[in-house]
Design a protein around this ligand. Structure first.
Ligand code: NYM
Ligand code: MG
Length: 212
């Protein structure tokens, strides 16, 4: 019999400033892909469930202080500690819908004043996304959404800088999404694009070359 080669899943990333609807869209996208018969699962960074993730959570939500370089490296380590698991899922054919990644890592730390080049280095060589959906909207709009201001970084001036740095980090496989659109309209376009990305990624090798 003809041998069958297992087709890998796609690495689909959602990025953007706080309160742009990433988590809502990521959950809806996973459900829609599963419904269409694609194995898909959600992954979120920071992953607050690990030991490193708990240190990050203490910093973001519980007022624990850490110096800027240290917290930057913790966010990066929180991605590296997930790499083997993420690779295994992708190679088993599962598509990953990832809510934030290294672009957030660099955008937030550089917005605080750390050197952009320095910020990228710890994440060099991570798995590279097949597509990045950048959910973009004016900060004045996202500010109006519920919950803004609960965590460290949820401040207008900082978010404005973060947005600028995100734009500077754009790569050819980014798709800019107007995040002020209705939830259903954004969802439809994410599903449409994701199906194309899944079809294109299935025979392509995994790329462990972020910023390399
Ligand atoms: N954040 C997130 C960083 O500063 N660096 C990173 O590497 C990542 C992944 O954490 N304001 C920031 C962005 C958010 C905060 O993320 C918590 P979320 O998606 O709100 O849980
Ligand atoms: Mg948040």
């Amino acid at each position: 019999p003809k041998s069958t080669i297992l087709q890998r899943g796609a690495f689909i990333l959602l990025e953007g400033c706080d309160r742009t609807g990433k988590s809502t869209q990521a959950e809806k996208l996973v459900a829609a892909l599963n419904q269409r018969g694609h194995q898909a699962r959600l992954w979120k960074f920071p992953d607050r469930t690990t030991g490193i993730g708990q240190m990050i959570h203490g910093y973001l939500a519980q007022g624990k202080d850490l110096n800027d370089q240290t917290v930057h490296l913790l966010f990066s380590a929180n991605r590296w500690e997930a790499m083997d698991t993420l690779k295994t899922h992708l190679l088993q054919g599962t598509t990953l819908v990832v809510d934030r990644y290294a672009y957030s890592g660099v955008a937030f730390s550089a917005a605080k004043g750390l050197d952009l080049h320095w910020c990228k280095q710890p994440d060099v060589g991570l798995l590279a996304p097949d597509v990045t959906f950048f959910l973009d909207m004016p900060i004045e709009e996202s500010m109006k959404r519920g919950g803004f201001g609960d965590e460290r970084y949820e401040k207008v001036a900082l978010q404005t800088k973060v947005r600028e740095i995100f734009h500077a980090l754009q790569e050819p496989n980014w798709q800019l999404i107007d995040a002020t659109q209705a939830i259903a309209a954004i969802h439809d376009s994410l599903v449409h694009s994701s199906l194309q990305v899944i079809a294109a990624a299935k025979d392509a090798p995994l790329q462990c070359n972020l910023w390399a």
